[in-house]
Ligand binder design. Structure first.
Ligand code: GLA
Length: 392
């Protein structure tokens, strides 16, 4: 993997592949979901952060209909080519789908782009739960906006990236990934509301603590996972409650008391899924308060509670993630851990005293190897700034 993508390297790669200079350079970070699991499409709240790892796009507009797209991750040294008139359908497993989906979403909104040559480099771990796909969508959006003079509001750019996933790729994901990639703030968590689609405010993580990412090494490929099924369960729970309580529009409107009172109206599985979402919304509010109060230990406890609810109620964990979270309790320096993102594999996040972080990662890696026979990847994650674009 190209671990150090920088503007200079991405632009040099463009020059090497196409023999000319790019016109625009865009970068969009991956994200971490800190607290608030699967709450976004339930119109709930989330604490998230953009990371330092990002996807970069260098692009130049060209005449005609033929686009060329080269990724530093791809095999071979020839760019992928496609015609702008022939991108109606996704080709299974093709990484360019994310970009083509973005073009289709821009067109749906009454605007269009011309042909282009582009290169993509990325340091966001692929298919791990750090939203490499959203980083690709948002960096493409921003590159197109600058190169072709297309204007949308920032939330609409996030919706365009989400539309690529929902309508082109076929995963009914929420807005969290693209939103965090756009609105992320350096060294801050962002407290997001997915009913009003806004950042309520930035929230500082306690000084002296860092976020460690440990990968379960179970590929999380949400298209093939139960993600869409979980979403359906949430919708079914809302539909059941709505019959008696017409004001309820989403699980955001359901309190624990109301859910417990009306659980007889729904399937047991749908109740358990809803219980996770209702609990997560509450934990996010409690988490923000704990951080405001400087009570980092209380915040860490909420991370553990979130994971337990994923494991028991939402059933979007897996043995490797459970092991990483259990392991965290026996290593000095960690005060909370949970799975992060869609789940069913992917990453766990750990809140660790910064002085202990290196040693902590070593211990996670050796214990994980002993237990599973696999090498895990650990990252001490810096919190980065949201997406940017400029003319080169
Ligand atoms: C994935 C989706 C997001 C969100 C998370 C779970 O990352 O893309 O929209 O639902 O899972 O919180």
């Amino acid at each position: 993997m190209n671990k150090t993508n920088t503007e200079k390297q991405t632009i040099e790669l463009f020059e090497k592949v196409y023999g000319s200079k790019p016109e625009v350079f865009a970068r969009a970070p991956g994200r971490l979901e800190i607290l608030g699991n699967h709450t976004d499409y339930n119109e709930g709240v989330v604490l998230s952060a953009a990371v330092n790892q990002s996807t970069e796009v260098a692009l130049k507009s060209v005449k005609g209909k033929k686009c060329r797209l080269f990724s530093s991750h791809q095999k071979g040294d020839k760019p992928v080519e496609f015609n702008l008139d022939e991108i109606d359908k996704a080709v299974k497993g093709d990484w360019t789908n994310y970009v083509k989906g973005v073009i289709c979403e821009i067109r749906k909104r009454g605007k269009d782009i011309g042909a282009f040559d582009a290169v993509v480099t990325s340091t966001v771990p692929l298919s791990a739960g750090m939203s490499s796909s959203a980083a690709l969508e948002v960096s493409s959006c921003y590159a197109f906006s600058k190169a072709f003079g297309i204007e949308f509001s920032s939330p609409d750019w996030a919706r365009i990236g989400q539309g690529s996933e929902n309508n082109y790729i076929g995963i009914k994901s929420g807005l969290l990934d693209q939103f965090s990639s756009i609105f992320g703030k350096k060294d801050s968590l962002i407290y997001c509301d997915f009913r009003t689609v806004e950042v309520i405010r930035n929230v500082k993580l306690h000084a002296g603590y860092v976020l460690v990412v440990a990968n379960s090494m179970v590929k999380h490929d949400l298209v093939d996972s139960d993600y869409n099924v979980r979403r359906q369960s949430c919708e079914k729970a809302v539909a059941a409650i709505k019959k008696k309580h017409p004001k309820v529009k989403a699980l955001r409107d359901v309190s624990l008391e109301l859910l417990e009172k009306e659980k007889g109206l729904m399937d047991r599985i749908d109740y358990l899924r809803a219980l996770h979402i209702v609990g997560e919304n509450t934990r996010v509010v409690q988490g923000v308060k704990a951080l405001d109060d400087g009570d980092v230990v209380a915040f860490g406890k909420l991370l553990y509670e979130s994971h337990e609810s994923s494991r028991k109620n939402f059933e979007n964990s897996c043995p490797e993630l459970d092991y990483l979270v259990e392991l965290s309790k026996s290593i000095p320096g960690c005060i909370g851990a949970r799975l992060s993102g869609g789940g069913f594999g992917g990453i766990s996040i750990h809140l660790v005293e910064d002085k202990q972080a290196e040693k902590y990662c070593d211990r996670i890696r050796s214990a994980f190897k002993l237990r599973t026979g696999k090498d895990t990847e650990t990252i001490i994650c810096g919190i980065g700034e949201g997406a940017t674009v400029k003319k080169v």
